[in-house]
Design a protein around this ligand. Structure first.
Ligand code: NAP
Length: 488
């Protein structure tokens, strides 16, 4: 972690006010930070809707990237993601450009913010892997009627996020880490996070480590959320679970987040730009203010961070000034009134609310070497050829068997959206025009060459439209591919 120090000795922070309600929330946070007297200076930069409107497809202009490269620390408001083709989310772009691999989303019960869980002491953090998974955004229309999104999970990415979660638990004095995955279904991708978690957990004997299937995690979060301390999970799971956890404590208005990488950290609310409230001075700025609190801790300003967090808790404990999103509060205050109430409470300590002791987090040191996993032995045992066809499974299977005669391969099976349809299993399966045709080498001890694979593809292409091939590999004798539903 490094921070840019200005010639006047201040810590320089890039501030992106953002879209919709963003500028109002960020303004509140900056007023509070300035009131603590911490030596910081802002470099205000643009991203999001205004940038898309100027025709820049990434939504993040070079001046913003340059500022972040220099300051390494960003406080940002939400950015609108245009709905439509071609334009990617500027938020995701920022997270990926600077490899902020850990998305940290803490939630805790807030005083006088009534929820069905009030009094149960919810205080947990979702640590979401932030750059891999389906959010790599690698999508293809494989046939005019079938879309594909690649779910990429790396051993290196898993190791970084798992170590980060354990280190965060230590830095915050937390006792438990749950790893939430769907490894029962996605054995390689989600399973990689589970395996990595189980390998690394023994290095942290002071922290209790548990694996939980993500759907049960959602169920348990609603049923008994107080059992959780830290939850580490993949990108998509974390996205969904963390919105759920925000709702447990009173909604998105109270849910901060940090995107942390080895070089850069970006602090922002979990919520979006809530355009219907933009400019109305009614929204709850707490989520952005608490994100700023996380930022202050990240840059080593623990006292100022505690002062602002304490002042928020005091304001809520007093219960006199709250924004309209607080359920059951019939007279809502403006964003400005609420911010001023917090300002007035700087220096006071809450009487009923526990404020944690934080220590600097030790960011995991993972080698920058691009290849981390090198098997002793590897072998290509076959190939999946994906074809677009309106044939029914039986004639298609027979045709593929004929086409493979004379090649190094024989047809093992054909599946449709993951379920074996040839040779027939007796199951009643609806089919679409997208088949995976699995061929295995005749010689079960051999290693298929590219020439043999290309010969097979040419044979298939002589009669069928193919759109994708995937080598079937073994690493150190272990199958590197899954079987289809119904495949023996
Ligand atoms: P949203 O902006 O988070 O708003 C959803 C709802 O949450 C609001 O209608 C409001 O609920 C409540 N809410 C959110 N923030 C609040 C606050 N500070 N105070 C009080 N209530 C708050 O989600 P969205 O409408 O799905 O997304 C709008 C835009 O934001 C989209 O373009 C989306 O892509 C973008 N977005 C950006 C980020 C980011 O920058 N990191 C994150 C998420 C979404 P009620 O209607 O019940 O009052």
């Amino acid at each position: 972690m490094s921070v840019h120090i200005t010639p006047s000795g201040k810590k320089l922070i890039t501030v992106i006010p953002g879209d919709g309600i963003g500028p109002e929330c960020v303004h509140s946070a900056l007023r509070l930070i300035e009131a603590t007297g911490v030596p910081v200076e802002w470099e205000v930069r643009e991203a999001g809707a205004s940038v898309f409107q100027k025709g820049l497809e990434s939504g993040v202009p070079p001046e913003t990237i340059e500022s972040i490269r220099k300051t390494r620390v960003v406080l940002k408001g939400p950015l609108e993601t245009p709905v439509g083709y071609g334009e990617k989310s500027a938020n995701v772009t920022l997270r990926k450009l600077f490899e902020t691999y850990a998305n940290v989303r803490p939630v805790r019960e807030m005083p006088n913010v009534p929820t069905p869980y009030s009094g149960r002491g919810i205080d947990l953090v979702v640590v979401r892997e932030n750059v891999e998974d389906l959010y790599a955004g690698i999508e293809h229309m494989q046939t005019p009627g079938v879309a594909q999104c690649l779910k990429l999970i790396s051993r290196k990415g898993c190791e970084k996020i798992v170590r980060f979660a354990f280190e965060l638990a230590r830095a915050e004095g937390r006792k438990k880490v749950h790893c939430a995955t769907k490894s029962n279904i996605m054995k390689f991708t989600e399973g990689m996070l589970k395996r990595t978690f189980e390998e690394i957990a023994p290095e942290y004997p002071d922290i209790e480590a548990n694996h939980i299937i993500v759907d049960n995690c959602a169920h348990q979060l609603v049923k008994r959320p107080e059992q959780f301390d830290v939850i580490v999970t993949t990108n998509m799971n974390g996205d969904i679970l963390s919105d759920l956890t925000s709702a447990l404590i009173g909604g998105l208005g109270f849910a901060p987040s940090a995107n942390i990488g080895n070089e850069v950290a970006i602090f922002e609310a979990v919520h979006g730009s809530a355009p219907k409230y933009a400019g109305k001075n009614v929204i709850n700025p707490t989520a952005v203010i608490l994100s700023a609190v996380m930022m202050l801790r990240y840059i080593g300003e623990f006292e100022a961070a505690a002062a602002i967090e304490n002042a928020i808790m005091v304001t809520l404990e007093e219960g006199k000034v709250r924004t309209g999103d607080v359920v059951g509060y019939d007279r809502s205050n403006t964003t400005t009134e609420y911010t001023e109430a917090i300002l007035a409470n700087l220096g006071k300590k809450p009487t009923q609310t526990f404020v944690r002791e934080y220590r600097p987090i030790q960011l995991p040191q993972v080698s920058p070497d691009p290849v981390m996993v090198r098997p002793q032995k590897r072998r290509v045992v076959g190939v999946d050829v994906f074809v677009e066809s309106d044939l029914h499974p039986e004639p298609l299977g027979k045709l593929l068997e004929e086409l493979a005669v004379g090649s190094a391969f024989q047809l093992k099976m054909v599946s449709n959206r993951g379920t074996k349809v040839y040779t027939p299993t007796g199951a009643i399966t609806d089919v679409v025009d997208h088949y995976r045709c699995r061929f295995l080498l005749h010689d079960t001890n051999a290693d298929a060459t590219d020439a043999q694979i290309l010969d097979l593809v040419q044979r298939v292409a002589s009669r069928l439209r193919w759109m994708h091939i995937e080598k079937l590999q073994e690493f150190d004798g272990a199958m590197g591919y899954t079987k289809a539903q119904g495949e023996d």
